[in-house]
Design a protein around this ligand. Structure first.
Ligand SMILES: [Zn+2]
Length: 248
């Protein structure tokens, strides 16, 4: 075979055969072949025949895992994760207009990595696992932030503020995944998006106060803290002024 003329040549060696490919997409072979090399060569030609060389474009590195050919951590993660990206409430966490430390806490809670007593036990700490709020159930992240009878007071308060009925999911992650809020209206949407993260943060702060302080739980203080936090964050994100969270 004779090499085709071309402006630029790309050469490489395979199975001891010198292969030369020009910009025109034509392949020339230099050297002598063994029988087994011809089979490999046929396989190679079949593999590359679907590709067309673009003469007008400069050569560049393409990341095939993303549509635009540009590397992204998301596409790499998608490649590494069998079956594609797992469902995770990233947008619900990072798009809510809450302070970064609150969003990070929600992110940790969604992964189940908050240092509750259950997590400490898993890490080898020997302790009696009991929820600091209700003093009866074991303290897991889902119990503490969703299902604890004391935490439920805040969830019920939130649902009454919005005038809706809602069933919480079993886990923090699935609760946030299902936290759709199109029905609350555009005006109250930001508050609705912030609300679960605000409950998580308020409960966690109260839990730590009970765990490391010397006080009893006050539901009044818990509710007041939740409403103040939520109102403070909502007010900071609104263009127009409102007198209270109820007037939204
Ligand atoms: Zn509890």
């Amino acid at each position: 075979m004779h090499p085709y003329p071309c402006q630029r040549m790309l050469g490489f060696r395979m199975c001891g055969i010198r292969l030369v490919m020009g910009l025109a997409g034509l392949l020339s072979l230099q050297g002598r072949f063994n029988d087994w090399e011809i089979i490999l060569l046929e396989q190679l030609l079949q593999k590359i025949q679907v590709f067309r060389v673009q003469r007008e474009e400069e050569d560049r590195v393409i990341w095939t895992a993303s549509k635009d050919g540009v590397f992204s951590v998301r596409s790499l993660y998608s490649m590494l994760e069998p079956g594609g990206l797992p469902l995770f409430p990233s947008e619900r966490i990072w798009r809510a207009r809450v302070p970064p430390k609150v969003a990070f806490f929600a992110w940790e809670a969604s992964w189940g990595k908050v240092l509750t007593q259950e997590q400490l036990q898993r890490r080898g700490f020997s302790l009696a696992n009991r929820c600091f709020l209700c003093l009866s159930e074991e303290e897991t992240v889902d119990h503490l932030l969703l299902h604890c009878i004391k935490t439920r007071v805040l969830w019920n308060l939130l649902f009454s503020l919005f005038g809706i009925s809602w069933t919480l999911s079993c886990s923090v992650k699935s609760t946030l995944l299902g936290w759709t809020g199109g029905f609350v209206g555009k005006r109250r949407k930001k508050a609705w998006q912030m609300a679960p993260l605000c409950i998580f943060w308020t409960v966690w702060k109260e839990r730590n106060r009970l765990a490391f302080g010397d006080e009893d739980l006050s539901l009044q203080r818990l509710k007041y803290s939740f409403v103040c936090n939520l109102w403070y964050w909502v007010r900071g994100s609104l263009a127009e002024s409102h007198s209270s969270i109820v007037s939204l």
